[in-house]
Write a protein that binds this ligand. Structure first.
Ligand code: SAM
Length: 278
């Protein structure tokens, strides 16, 4: 079983489910479209939070989406989960629990499957498929080249970006970032280390002409959210305002965005995000 998360775990699922219902309402009478739900980090079907005194069980996003039958269901569901134990539970909690629905769980890496999804949707045979995707990693697992592979496709995608918990943590204050961390940032943002350094660091002159100090710019979390949003806007026509997931000290850990090539999606996404950001 998955054991992670705080109240925002529930809120991000509510955001997704609210959007999915609005999406299915719009698609209800458009029978010529086949609707695919794709979840890249599907978990086990349930999220368990052990608060020592009591145990809090939340129905995970994958199962919540499968449970929807009104205004209509999705036509098929594709769930990716890399961890074998979670995958076994996921299969039991979705495919076996809902035998009448077309559910395809796979135990694999999300990046590989996002690229497969792009190829599938680009195939002219599948031109009537419309996709709602949910990309909910706990860390920096999503590679930029995977997101890039979705350019121009009929996908609405909620994507959780680890701005505070991921990017900001790797950006050391004095700029002395290890090669391994720089490589991680490069793969995640799809930018060169020179570009990353330029975005997040400034050089300060000292009394001595030949010595400059490298200093991290302020608001690195906010800047990384702006940067990731601008990267997403290179791939998708519309990107919603982000929902900010904060910890108990009010620090931002993640930003959740909706991307789409459809203006109406952005409007609906913004309405939902505004409601939950309050
Ligand atoms: C934040 S949890 C997902 C929770 C889920 N969305 C839910 O609502 O129940 C992230 C999940 O992604 C899985 N995971 C981690 N790296 C992965 C990868 N590269 N590809 C696919 N799944 C991965 C983890 O095992 C974990 O179950």
């Amino acid at each position: 079983m998955n054991t992670f998360g705080g109240d925002w775990t529930k809120i991000k699922i509510e955001i997704l489910v609210e959007y999915a219902k609005a999406y299915l309402t719009i698609m209800k009478d458009r029978k010529f479209f086949k609707l695919l739900y794709f979840d890249g980090f599907a978990g086990s079907g349930f999220i368990i939070k052990d608060k020592k005194i009591d145990v809090d069980v939340t129905v995970g996003a994958a199962r919540r989406i499968v449970e929807i039958s009104e205004p209509r269901s999705f036509d098929f569901y594709y769930f990716v989960e890399k961890d074998q134990e979670n995958f076994n539970l996921l299969e039991k909690n979705t495919k076996q629990a809902f035998p009448k629905k077309d559910i395809f769980p796979v135990c694999d890496d999300c990046n590989k499957k996002i690229i497969d999804l792009g190829n599938y949707l680009r195939n002219p045979k599948n031109k009537n498929v419309r996709t709602l995707a949910y990309i909910d990693p706990c860390g920096m697992q999503v590679e930029w080249r995977s997101i890039e592979s979705l350019r121009g496709l009929p996908i609405d995608m909620w994507i959780l970006v680890p701005t505070g918990l991921g990017v900001n943590r790797l950006l050391k204050r004095n700029g002395q970032i290890s090669d391994a961390w720089l490589e991680k940032l490069e793969v995640f943002l799809g930018l060169s280390r020179e570009e990353i350094e330029k975005k997040f660091y400034k050089k300060k002159a000292t009394l001595f002409e030949d010595i400059t100090i490298v200093e991290k710019e302020r608001d690195a979390i906010e800047n990384s959210a702006k940067l990731y949003k601008s990267r997403l806007k290179e791939i998708f026509d519309f990107v919603s305002k982000p929902y900010e997931l904060r910890n108990s000290s009010n620090a931002v850990m993640y930003h959740l965005f909706l991307t789409s090539n459809n203006k109406a999606a952005e409007r609906i996404g913004n309405d939902i995000v505004n409601k939950y950001n309050k």
